[in-house]
Design a protein around this ligand. Structure first.
Ligand code: C2E
Ligand code: CA
Ligand code: CA
Ligand code: CA
Length: 279
């Protein structure tokens, strides 16, 4: 109840304790998930205005031995808190790079980019640049096809350090995207100093695009910012033809969402792109 907040001494709440215990148990299980092969990577296609396949975003999945599928919305924050995200993040980058190296041998797939999500905790690791560089060398992937999606959360850390790190990584050949752009609190003047190749328009804005003038104004503004910076604009969460039409009319470059395809297994994505290519 509201009165509880006035007490300085927190009372024992069996329900809250249960939730906390469950969280801790899940966090412990997550530490073993990578080792025990319970994690996998799905790929979600990104297409351009001509419906041509241009790349994919890598999205992590966890199959828990007892609970089944656990959503990344639930387990990524746990992995961030425990630090497990560092090893998991390395694993994602390595898998993505192995995929890029394999695709380089397939004419219909060799142009595709892969985007991986990088959490603030991962990016902050002092040897993050060395880790990425090592994986690129190890796998032989073309860094030009690897894109790192970071959120405005990363950008809130020490400015000079963040920019220096991003520049080092760009010098390796890879590029950056700001994920969920417009949902954070970073200033535009700061965003414009970052070495960015792409802005991603959050699915919350896309979702309301055809019904809310406010959402429409925000999407227009984001696209204008992206164009002024000369970078790619990707919309996520595109579910309807009406959204797609409007986003393209507003000048969005790439589309990603259930309308095009859900996140799918790598082999399924390869089949999809190759069959689209030949038809
Ligand atoms: P995100 O990076 O913003 O990814 C977009 C989310 O939208 C994904 O959820 C994707 O499956 C979902 N989505 C795609 N198209 C549609 C659509 O048309 N409609 C709707 N309603 N949703 C769509 P997912 O896979 O559950 O991932 C959730 C979040 O977990 C991601 O949000 C990202 O922040 C995080 N995440 C996922 N994989 C990784 C990873 O490998 N590393 C890190 N650090 N975070 C990850
Ligand atoms: Ca993302
Ligand atoms: Ca996103
Ligand atoms: Ca999002």
């Amino acid at each position: 109840s509201k009165q509880d907040g006035r007490n300085l001494i927190r009372q024992y709440d069996p329900q809250a304790q249960k939730v906390l215990n469950a969280r801790m148990a899940l966090s412990n299980d997550l530490n073993l998930a990578l080792r025990d092969g319970q994690l996998k990577l799905l790929y979600q296609l990104q297409v351009d205005a001509e419906n041509q396949a241009r790349g994919a975003e890598c999205l992590m999945r966890w199959h828990h031995p007892q609970h089944g599928q656990v959503s990344p919305v639930e387990f990524i924050p746990l992995a961030e808190d425990s630090g497990a995200i560092v090893a998991m993040g390395d694993w994602v980058v390595r898998l993505a790079c192995e995929t890029l190296a394999r695709w380089a041998q397939v004419p219909q797939l060799s142009h595709l980019t892969l985007s991986v999500n990088v959490s603030p905790r991962q990016f902050t690791e002092t040897d993050f640049v060395a880790r990425i560089s090592h994986i690129l060398q190890d796998t032989g992937a073309s860094p030009h096809l690897l894109r790192l999606e970071v959120t405005e959360g990363i950008v809130m850390q020490d400015k000079h350090e963040v920019i220096a790190k991003m520049r080092e990584l760009c010098a390796l050949g890879l590029s950056f995207s700001i994920d969920d752009f417009g949902t954070g609190y970073s200033s535009l003047s700061y965003i414009q100093t970052l070495p960015l190749a792409e802005l991603k328009i959050d699915k919350a804005f896309v979702n309301e695009l055809t019904t809310s003038e406010r959402a429409q104004a925000i999407v227009k503004a984001i696209i204008a910012i992206g164009h002024s910076m000369g970078i790619t604009l990707v919309s996520e969460g595109v579910e309807t033809q009406a959204q797609k039409d409007q986003l393209l009319a507003l000048g969005c470059t790439l589309l990603q969402g259930y309308l095009i395809t859900r996140p799918i297994e790598c082999a399924a994505l390869e089949d999809l792109v190759i069959s689209r290519h030949s038809s």
